[in-house]
Design a protein around this ligand. Structure first.
Ligand code: GLU
Length: 424
């Protein structure tokens, strides 16, 4: 079968403005003092660095690296590092602010930050990525620190890059400082359960939301966009709990099997196949954009920003959307989904399982102690459920969507902290 792949539809909404428009609605519900509003809409620090790196061919290439700290009023700032070609300052600012709200929603004592390097890690060797990661760490060593700013993995990075970052930071300081970064390999002090944590949080949020909608997991179907760390773990853990995953996608396209896809099989295939599902024959290939429009109970966008937009929101048939990615729904699409009666569990709640277990990793590193996987999972599941219920009750109290309710919960905590701390 051959078909012409439609170009991905993008809304071209500026991600920072998209975040701010939700912020504004929540701020109005809270009657937020205009001065605090101004403080919160401005990131605390924005750093751009030039990173010269010797490539394998002997030539020096200069990469651009970013770190934006949106707020550190609740504690050291926390947030991942993204390696991708489209990394830019506006995206970093939005993602950093989302981290502030995310940490506040799950009530962990961190502020929000995000970093990234404009690069294409898929076209680079391991040695080049290592040199780039070390250059980035050196350039930001005054910013990073267990009590200052704590990076973690995001798109295009994982435990390997976190190990290099930890090593470089430790070398520069003359001692091992593993609490400077989370998402490390477990031998370096990484937490058990961190790899699957974001997907696990997505699974917990999905099941709690299904309960509210009286959807039976054993009769439900689900489509998941993105088969990276978040999407694949969400798929596996939902599948284990009876939800039938009928469609998956990654950069190679979308795959569909009405009888359900064997997720273990798909993960094994991907791992043996250069990280993609290209050629996966247990499911039929469908046009990529159709995944979002399938007749399913649950839709999990777990890839990139701005995929549910005014161009396709009208045609979404899912009853429940659980945002594994950061910012997958554009601000303008929110209203369309609400009008259609689709329940959306917003990113800053649904994907907060990752940063929650990052917090546990930091706690364990500082204690010099290791928790069992059982303790990590039990505690993170409880935090996710409590956060969901808190957001749900707030949505009932203010008569708003779960997204605006999550912003209300988060902004209220951050604003109160500013009011108590004062010092302007
Ligand atoms: N990059 C992840 C996120 O967007 C994890 C951040 C962290 O663990 O600090 O939530």
């Amino acid at each position: 079968m051959s078909y012409i792949e439609p170009a991905p539809i993008k809304d071209k909404e500026n991600p920072f403005e998209s975040m701010m428009s939700r912020f504004q609605v929540a701020a109005e519900h809270l009657g937020l003092n205009a001065q605090i509003y101004n403080v919160l809409k401005t990131p605390t620090k924005q750093v751009i660095v030039g990173l010269p790196v010797t490539m394998d061919n002997g030539k020096i290439e200069v990469f651009e690296g970013y770190r934006v700290i949106h707020s550190n009023i609740l504690g050291p700032s926390k947030g991942g590092i993204r390696y991708a070609l489209d990394v830019n300052l506006d995206e970093m600012k939005a993602l950093a602010a989302w981290m502030t709200w995310k940490c506040a929603v799950v009530d962990i004592p961190f502020g929000g930050a995000k970093g990234g390097i404009k690069c294409d890690p898929r076209s680079m060797s391991a040695g080049e990525i290592e040199r780039l990661t070390r250059a980035y760490t050196m350039a930001l060593q005054e910013i990073f620190g267990p009590d200052r700013d704590i990076p973690a993995p995001d798109m295009g990075t994982g435990p390997r890059e976190m190990a290099w970052l930890m090593d470089q930071f430790s070398r520069s300081n003359g001692m091992t400082i593993n609490a400077v970064v989370t998402g490390k390999p477990t031998v370096l002090g990484g937490s058990l359960g961190r790899t699957e944590a974001t997907g696990r949080g997505v699974m917990v949020s999905t099941l709690v939301a299904m309960e509210k909608l009286q959807l039976n997991p054993f009769k439900a179907t689900c489509a998941i966009q993105g088969f990276g760390n978040v999407g694949s773990w969400a798929a596996r853990l939902l599948d284990e709990r009876g939800v039938k995953i009928i469609s998956l996608s990654d950069i190679s396209g979308a795959y569909y099997n009405k009888n359900g896809i064997n997720i273990d099989e798909a993960m094994r295939y991907r791992d043996a196949n250069n990280g993609t599902l290209e050629g996966f024959s247990e499911a039929e290939k469908i046009p990529t954009d159709e995944l979002l429009l399938l007749e399913v109970d649950v839709l999990v966008p777990a890839a990139v920003e701005d995929v549910i937009t005014i161009h396709n929101a009208h045609n979404i048939k899912a009853k429940l959307i659980v945002e594994g990615a950061n910012g997958p729904t554009s601000a303008k699409a929110d209203k369309i989904l609400n009008d259609l009666g689709i329940l959306s569990v917003p990113d800053i709640l649904a994907n907060a399982g990752g940063v929650t277990v990052s917090y546990f990793e930091w706690v364990q590193n500082r204690l010099g102690y290791k928790w069992t996987a059982e303790r990590v999972n039990r505690r993170s599941d409880r935090i996710m459920k409590d956060a969901f219920n808190n957001v749900y009750e707030t949505s009932v109290k203010y008569n708003v969507s779960l997204r605006i309710a999550a912003y209300i919960v988060a902004i209220d905590k951050v604003a109160k902290t500013y009011e108590y701390r004062g010092g302007f």
